[in-house]
Design a protein around this ligand. Structure first.
Ligand SMILES: [Zn+2]
Length: 57
């Protein structure tokens, strides 16, 4: 099972398999975009990108 973690503070946001997910970290308010490039691959095939949502701070 894949752990979805915040790209900014490493807080665990979710667990499971994800194709596309947009989730805001409740701790640091960073908006995390998570998507699996190749779902048939292992966890290594997952890419994460995040952008800090400064307007919310
Ligand atoms: Zn965070």
């Amino acid at each position: 099972m894949t752990e979805i973690r915040c790209g900014a503070c490493e807080r665990l946001l979710a667990k499971g398999s994800v194709v596309r997910l947009e989730i805001k970290c409740p701790r640091c308010k960073a908006l995390n975009h998570v998507r699996a490039e190749n779902p048939s691959k292992s966890q290594e095939g997952q890419s994460k990108e995040f952008s800090r949502d400064a307007s919310d701070l």
